[in-house]
Design a protein around this ligand. Structure first.
Ligand code: HEM
Length: 113
């Protein structure tokens, strides 16, 4: 979730919103909208990710996303080289946070490559 403040009266999805109102955006929900993402729960490596809002959008789009993407690529590439399998190994522990999803603990079992 992120907040925005309206700079003028607007109508969004049929709901009038006055100027100066705080609007809470649920970006995580947008990434799971079935009109855009059928089978959002399925891990689909062939899915086109164009149009996701994991890094926001517009003028406030994440300025750190190139670094974040590089870190992700470095980590996942190192994992893929080091391990032949990575599997869940126990119940994950969700992190309770009003803004971001995450895990306190995500147990996995790996097998060396
Ligand atoms: C996987 C990692 C990351 C995710 C999922 C993420 C996600 C986001 C999202 C959704 C926004 C938009 C916020 C909004 O619309 O109000 C944002 C903004 C921002 N992010 Fe990230 N981010 C990540 C990593 C980073 C890193 C590594 C940095 C800095 C090195 C960073 C710096 C920023 C900054 C400064 C903004 C505000 C940009 C603005 O308001 O103009 N982020 N990020």
């Amino acid at each position: 979730t992120f907040f925005r403040t309206t700079t003028r009266d607007v109508e969004l999805g049929g709901t009038p919103i006055p100027e100066g109102a705080k609007v809470l955006m649920l970006l995580g929900a947008a990434n799971r909208d079935p009109r855009k993402w059928p089978h959002a729960d399925r891990y689909d490596i062939d899915r086109s990710t164009a149009g996701h809002v994991g890094f926001g959008g517009g003028v406030h789009m994440c300025v750190g996303q190139l670094l974040a993407r590089l870190e992700g690529e470095a980590l996942l590439s190192a994992f893929a080289r080091a391990f032949s399998t990575i599997e869940p190994d126990g119940e994950p522990d969700p992190l309770f946070n009003n803004t971001l999803r995450g895990w306190v603990r995500l147990p996995v079992r790996v097998r060396a490559a």
